[in-house]
Design a protein around this ligand. Structure first.
Ligand code: NDP
Ligand code: BG6
Length: 513
């Protein structure tokens, strides 16, 4: 704009809406999608799956014609399912805009069929009901297996033989755990493949649906400043941290059979690591991305027991409140050695990452709740400003932090001059705090993943060879921990975890962020 002879650039309002690269229009064709939540009476279905489906409906992301069925052994009517589901639905997007009405419409599309997981007859009854709702349209069917893993195969067998779609697609979302070691995972994959093709299987790792995890590739591959630094040449170490400030409350029975390494590290943290460390994929196509992730996983050095620290929380009283020990859970044996905390040092033996420690830490009942990726850079060689810090001290190194949750943020710690006449350096943050930058609420991971499964987008789901590679890395150590009955280091509920994790980090000249 030229005004009074002065050239000024109009302020640019940054667009809040991203470019929709995968736009779609279900309603163009006259097909329908039937979604069956198998295990609909369970915790995950209530807490995550139905609310995510509602959010998709609310956002207009579900096709015009869709039906949702709950399936489980519990006796329930359609009305009872709706009452159960309605308790956990929220209008996260806009409280004012016809929320109640939309909920009612959504609930009208939800039905329930009681049945056994191993009964072809019960699934045939379900098939009959689905057909009534599909009303002659080309039917696409999605089954979400929200059930314990020991009944996955029964349910898949029955769903595929008695309730798969005749003309449209049939897809099955499988929840973790996908086995508990290489052997059981391969057996599960073999069994699933008796009834389904690999492209029908959607192995969910909900961390891949988290906004900041999805953003990792955008950050790396769409910003010139990061990718050139993304290697051993500039990065000293990378940390993947998962912390929860509550214990295994209510899930002790499941947890005791798995432990934190299988529950969090082998899947959620390792998946993030693979996305972080992979080479540039040929394209954003699911196979191209998963090919790169597999390469990283296969390049990883076998994990040694020496590079693993385990812990288990013990009871602790604070402010007059007694917090329980892990073994206080009635479903956990008193002598359980199952780790509720673990730290590990991993290495990727390839040209890009040779010698860079990738440290992982995951724990329950710690002092805070957070999931972060912390990238610590090398020091600036011959830094001119070291003398301004103090004798024998070095200017702090840069650190990039990607806070996956809570308070999603990306910030870069830099050294800055403290304003004034002197020369003093200060460590400051270049901070992208999502809540301050974007007004729209971040969708839940399950929304993204359910939508992708409906669209047939496999990018964020785990392929069987990725799964094999992930288990190959952890199985030997898990076996050693079991065989040698390694006693975990006990840490008080609400603490920072075992000190052993600091010794492990120190061995690689790293300090946890
Ligand atoms: P639940 O233990 O609540 O089980 C879901 C349903 O399965 C139950 O309502 C029950 O329905 C049926 N069921 C439970 N135990 C058995 C059994 N032994 N034999 C037959 N049916 C059984 O599981 P969640 O909802 O917590 O989790 C579902 C899946 O998702 C699991 O694989 C879990 O590991 C995974 N997961 C769960 C998370 C969570 O936060 N809950 C997080 C991540 C993964 P009915 O009796 O009516 O048939
Ligand atoms: C699940 C684990 O996969 O992830 C739980 O089984 C854990 O133990 C949960 O609590 C954490 O998920 P989120 O999305 O709440 O961080």
């Amino acid at each position: 704009i030229l005004k009074d002879g002065i050239l000024s650039v109009p302020p640019v309002t940054p667009p809040e809406e991203s470019i929709d690269v995968a736009s779609f229009d279900f309603n163009k064709d006259k097909s329908t999608v039937s979604i069956t939540v198998v295990g609909a009476s369970g915790d995950l279905a209530k807490k995550k799956i139905f609310p995510a489906l509602f959010a998709l409906y609310y956002e207009g992301c579900l096709p015009e014609h869709f039906t949702i069925f709950g399936y489980a052994r519990s006796k329930m009517t359609d009305a009872e399912l709706r009452t159960m589901v309605s308790k956990t639905l929220t209008c996260r997007i806009d409280q004012r805009e016809n929320c109640g009405e939309k909920m009612d419409h959504f609930l009208e599309r939800c039905f329930y069929h009681p049945g056994q997981y191993d009964s072809p007859e019960n699934f045939l009854e379900l098939d009959k009901k689905l057909k009534e709702h599909e009303a002659g349209r080309v039917a696409n069917r999605l089954f979400y297996l929200s059930i314990p893993p020991n009944i996955f195969i029964d349910a898949v067998k029955c769903a595929s033989s008695s309730a798969s779609s005749a003309k449209g697609w049939t897809r099955v979302i499988v929840e973790k755990p996908f086995g508990r070691d290489s052997e059981s995972s391969s057996a599960l994959t073999r069994s699933l493949k008796q009834y389904l093709d690999e492209d029908q299987i959607f192995r969910i790792d909900h961390y891949l649906g988290k906004e900041l995890v999805e953003n990792l590739s955008v950050l790396r591959f769409s910003n010139l400043i990061f990718e050139p630094l993304w290697s051993r040449q500039y990065i000293r170490n990378v940390q993947f941290i998962f912390a929860e400030d509550f214990g295994t409350e209510g899930r002790g029975g499941y947890f005791d059979n798995y432990g934190i390494i299988r529950d969090i590290m082998q899947n959620h943290l390792l998946q993030i690591l693979a996305l972080f460390a992979m080479e540039t994929p040929v394209s954003l196509d699911a196979e191209d991305i998963r090919n790169e992730k597999v390469k990283v996983l296969r390049s990883m050095r076998p994990l040694r027991l020496d590079d693993v620290v385990t812990g288990q929380y013990k009871s602790h009283t604070r402010g007059g409140v007694k917090y329980p020990a892990y073994i206080d859970d009635k479903t956990v044996p008193n002598d359980s050695l199952t780790p509720t905390f673990a730290a590990a040092a991993l290495f990727i033996d390839n040209a890009r990452w040779d010698g860079v420690p990738f440290l992982m830490k995951a724990g329950k009942a710690l002092h805070d709740r957070r999931t972060e990726i912390r990238v610590q850079f090398r020091h600036v060689p011959g830094n001119l400003y070291n003398k301004n810090i103090g004798p024998g001290l070095d200017v702090a190194t840069n650190e990039l932090v990607i806070r996956v949750q809570p308070d999603e943020a990306i910030y870069l710690k830099i050294n800055n001059k403290v304003p004034g006449l002197g020369m003093r350096l200060d460590r400051s943050n270049l901070n992208l705090l999502y809540a301050a930058r974007y007004s729209k609420e971040i969708p839940d991971a399950y929304e993204r993943l359910l939508l992708d499964a409906i669209e047939g987008e496999r990018r964020l789901f785990i392929r069987s060879d990725e799964l094999d590679a992930a288990w190959s890395l952890f199985t030997p150590v898990l076996k050693e921990l079991d065989d040698k009955k390694i006693v975990p280091e006990y840490y008080p509920y609400g603490s920072r975890g075992p000190v052993g994790s600091h010794y492990l980090a120190a061995r690689y000249k790293v300090q946890w962020g």
